[in-house]
Design a protein around this ligand. Sequence first.
Ligand SMILES: *Cc1c(COP(=O)(O)O)cnc(C)c1O
Length: 360
Amino acid sequence: MSQRLFNFSAGPAVLPVEVLEEARDNMLSLGDTGIGIMEHSHRGKAFVGVLAQTEADCRKVGNIPDNYRVLFLQGGASSQFFTIPMNFLSSGDTADYLVTGAWSKKAVSQAKRFGTPHEAASSSDRNFSYIPKTASYSDNPKYVHFTSNNTIFGTQWAAEPEPPSGVPLICDASSDIFCRPIDVQKYRLIYAGAQKNLGPSGVTLVIIHDDLVKAGALDIPEMLQYRTHAENDSCYNTPPTFGIYIMGLVFQWILKQGGLEKVEQANREKAAVLYDHLRESPLFEATADEDSRSLMNVTFVTGNPDLDAKFIAAAKDQGFDGLKGHRSVGGMRASIYNAFPKQGVEELVKFMKDFESQNG
Ligand SMILES: *Cc1c(COP(=O)(O)O)cnc(C)c1O
């Protein structure tokens, strides 16, 4: 096998080696069943066991109370952009959106199909390089929606926004779910496409309060009602079995690390290696405001697009893959999700220093 690179991809992204090795071992036969994990019926005992264990471990990792359902859906986080307003907004209803990047903007655009979203805050004036400190909520929003980590712009909410009292808080946590402890009770719905911090693409984790399950619309297709999936333990139709299996291994990996406190500590140490260097670098500069910087996606530039391109190419030559930033920010983005090893950021900083001395 060729050597594994340092994979800074924003998603699909790096997974723990232990998880991949265990999955490999169960590809041809899950345990001693004689049938590979992908070949098991979703109604059979083996997979039903995997599903139950995955849910139980998810609840343990996230300390999720019993009055929340844990659902494993398809269609990516992008399908939640329309499923949420389709369930909870009628024409004439308002929902408040905190707009901190391209994904929040997409969520707003889909809400417009069902109701009247109100942008209660936005950081578009400075190309989403910060998290807004205030919001002007509307009088009677059905919910408040925010994006906890802005994958493209390298910003992250340090803590949840505080919606008006009694208004459900809904979060797109696709790129930072379980990067640190989370108080699920502050939310009514949390969703995340798996491919950044939880597993392969193709499965979306949804954590939803029972009240919201009940509150959903009844006059929409059954596949798009949360109650359908809640009542059928995510097996109304064939669920993404392989993705659920890998997600389960990732939850076990998190528990083995010591849980989310330990994961956060590791993430803070990793991110600090990069941000500390960016603060003193004569060449590179972080693009996000100091108080808004993401633990998961570190965005930085030289200020010279040609030099950025030279750096990305040189880095790739040295085994640092996926560092090209999103076109709306330019420059570089180092995505350092839970599974990304600290050694990778340390070696990247060493390489940055070499590059600085040759190009300073
Ligand atoms: C990647 C991402 C999405 C889109 O996820 P899909 O699963 O591709 O639909 C949505 N929101 C955020 C914050 C993301 O990082």
